[in-house]
Design a protein around this ligand. Structure first.
Ligand code: FES
Length: 145
């Protein structure tokens, strides 16, 4: 069992929890055309070595509290990546960047009520992109100091 396995709800079958379906059909905090990238404080982008899918996350951070006030994302990933990042966005908004940095794929997968075993790697895309965005934010802050 890998460190990302939470509950093998479907084994090697393609069974998605209700929560996965809910977030896949109604993904939260997606980057939309009416939003401008320049209005965000930082961006992170990663690709999955497992399948070549891309994930990009933009964040807005309150400079005083260091809390994430907005998080938007876009992906070419699959249904599991979409559901995972949607739920991740809800988990991260309102947290400080230090708290958000510690969100793990295991926590994301638990919130989703599990993922099929072959889809566990999809939950890693969002948290890696979020950490890349937070790294990008910290780098900008440091270089501006
Ligand atoms: S993101 Fe590539 S299979 Fe899920």
């Amino acid at each position: 069992m890998s460190k990302y396995d939470v509950k093998d709800i479907g084994g090697y079958e393609w069974i998605y929890s209700e929560k996965v379906q809910e977030h896949f059909y109604n993904p939260k905090n997606v980057m939309t055309d009416d939003l401008k990238e320049k209005d965000f404080d930082a961006v992170g982008e990663v690709g999955s070595p497992a399948c070549g899918d891309l994930m990009k996350i933009w964040i807005k951070v309150d400079p005083k509290t260091k809390k994430i006030t907005d998080l938007r994302w876009k992906t070419f990933g699959c249904a599991s990546a979409i559901a995972s990042t949607s739920v991740l966005s809800e988990m991260a908004i309102g947290k400080t960047i230090n708290q958000a940095y510690k969100i793990t794929p295991l926590q994301i997968t638990k919130k989703l009520g599990g993922l099929p075993k072959r889809k566990i790697h999809c939950s890693v895309l969002g948290d890696q992109a979020l950490r890349a965005a937070i790294d990008n934010y910290n780098k900008k802050i440091l270089s501006a100091a």
